[in-house]
Design a protein around this ligand. Structure first.
Ligand code: SF4
Length: 509
């Protein structure tokens, strides 16, 4: 089956509102040999499973719900439907054609009030060395310093590399390394290649120009749409972007795999039989055609042995549990995309750039353009006199399609998602699977972890290093030679050993 789907995007405009995922960085590596002009291109997910686009059901446009909190943009509320492609950039903003006038939300014009506020100045560059006691930034919480607008929002890795592995190591990474990012190792690059290879088995990359943040976010939404279609059509999709909230803060992530295949049927039966709610759900679903969706992650290894031990598995578990939670909210329709857009400072009514619309429509003409309903069948058919109409010219309009696709993919809302998640370990050399671990989703464990993590992010406590039984982690840590926590841990061990010797207990120290 011809599946044309490509993900990934970036805007090389110096805007740091949205950081690149490892996959996007890998793409950039691949682009190394391109010209400067080519580097300004993005990759978009294209799907076109040919028969699928034809069978895409007509949209029944149910309005998305916006929160009542003030929006930093104004919807002009003009009536009207699609617009001629030639005038895409200058057309009036409009809700979808079938939207009821009562659903059209008007916001007060805050232009004057906002213009009276002091102009926002760009934040100072983050220090590349750890702040000292004299540094006033020390008094700010990590949340304010690193994850508050205009800084990028949280990523799922903030919680997995942080609290679930070593919080202090993550703090050092944020404060000591350039850009607050881990030093990219050869192993990481090798892992990215395996991920890319897997993705290409499902999607085909197509580069698309983006000029604005609205274009870029639209591309991400488009890739979600194509990912959902690919899942429904083939039973598997990869690299699905998700958004959600933790403690009121935006979190983004990319799920490695979604499929209809249960990773361990027997284990699932055991898990379901242990839960009354799940048992009832299972019974109810027996009468319906059940298409449960399972999340999976891919981890690459330099050796052919999968990791063992709770400490090694914990970050992966937390990562999958958090993906599960974010996707559940999207599946249930409770994610407020307009809140996401406000955090990213993106106007949902900003018209996509002409180049973007043209390129996306060239991939999916039937989706982005519709026939002019006023055009006479007898009138000339050349493009000058019978222009195509742009169906989705803004994010607000595209969100109708996102909601539609989510509804089709998750007909039972969050209950369409399985309660098992899994991780495949693959050998970095050739990408072959060397082991799989499956876990039941544990929302309580996730909640506890996030609660603890957020205490540190909000500055309510100092970052913690590893527990003494997890000190093996220090062996992989680039800050081990200069880590106060580790020093204290060594001193503590020495002190205990001396006490033992003094007490005549001997020991092996
Ligand atoms: S040396 Fe150990 S305790 Fe210190 S930051 Fe690294 S992993 Fe954490």
């Amino acid at each position: 089956m011809a599946t044309i789907t490509a993900v990934d995007s970036f805007v090389d405009d110096g805007d740091d509102y949205y950081d690149l995922t490892p996959e996007e960085e890998a793409l950039l590596c691949e682009l190394d040999d391109l010209t400067e002009e080519e580097e300004a291109l993005l990759c978009a997910l294209d799907t076109t499973i040919p028969h699928l686009s034809k069978s895409t059901p007509p949209l029944t446009k149910t309005p998305f719900v916006e929160t009542s909190s003030p929006a930093p943009f104004q919807h002009n509320g003009n009536a009207g439907g699609a617009i001629p492609r030639q005038k895409a950039a200058s057309r009036p903003l409009s809700p979808p054609a079938t939207l009821d006038a009562n659903d059209d939300i008007l916001y007060p014009d805050l232009t004057r009030a906002l213009s009276a506020l002091p102009t926002a100045t760009p934040p100072p560059p983050e220090p590349t060395t750890e702040a000292t006691d004299a540094d006033p930034t020390l008094r700010k919480s990590p949340l304010v310093r690193f994850r508050t607008f205009p800084r990028k929002p949280f990523a799922v890795t903030d919680f997995t590399s942080g609290g679930a592995w070593c919080e202090l190591q993550y703090y050092y990474t944020l404060t000591r390394l350039p850009g607050g990012k881990k030093t990219k190792t050869a192993a990481m690059k090798g892992g990215t290649k395996v991920h890319k290879k897997l993705e290409k088995e499902v999607h085909t990359m197509v580069r698309v120009h983006v000029d604005t943040k609205a274009d870029m976010f639209a591309l991400k939404l488009w890739n979600v749409i194509q990912g959902l279609r690919t899942l429904r059509d083939t039973g598997l999709t990869r690299e699905m972007e998700v958004w959600g909230m933790v403690d009121g803060h935006l979190v983004t992530g990319v799920i490695d795999g979604l499929s209809y295949s249960c990773p361990d049927v027997k284990f699932e039966e055991e898990v379901l039989s242990a839960s009354q709610e799940a048992r009832e759900e299972s019974g109810a679903k027996g009468e319906r055609k059940k298409r449960t969706i399972y999340l999976s992650d891919v981890k690459t290894r330099g050796s052919q042995n999968p990791p063992t031990g709770a400490a090694s598995l914990r970050p992966t578990k937390i990562q999958l549990f958090l993906y599960h939670r974010l996707l559940s909210e999207m599946a249930e329709g409770t994610l407020d995309f307009f809140r996401v857009l406000r955090r990213l400072d993106i106007d949902p009514d900003e018209t996509f750039s002409d180049d973007f619309i043209t390129e996306m429509a060239s991939l999916h003409d039937e989706v982005f353009y519709e026939a002019d309903p006023n055009a006479s069948q007898e009138s000339p058919t050349d493009s000058e006199s019978a222009p195509d109409l742009v169906k989705y010219g803004t994010i607000r309009e595209l969100l109708w399609l996102v909601k539609e696709e989510l509804g089709l993919t998750f007909p039972e809302g969050r209950r369409s998602l399985g309660q098992l998640v899994s991780v495949d370990y693959r050998w970095r050399e050739d990408g072959s699977v060397i082991g799989t671990n499956t876990f039941p989703v544990d929302d309580e464990a996730l909640e506890l972890q996030l609660k603890s993590d957020m205490q540190w992010w909000r500055g309510e406590r100092e970052p913690r290093g590893v527990d003494i039984e997890d000190s093996f982690k220090c062996g992989y840590c680039e800050f081990a030679g200069d880590c106060e926590w580790r020093e204290r841990m060594d001193e503590e061990r020495l002190r205990k050993a001396r006490e033992k010797v003094a007490a005549g207990g001997g020991g092996h120290y």
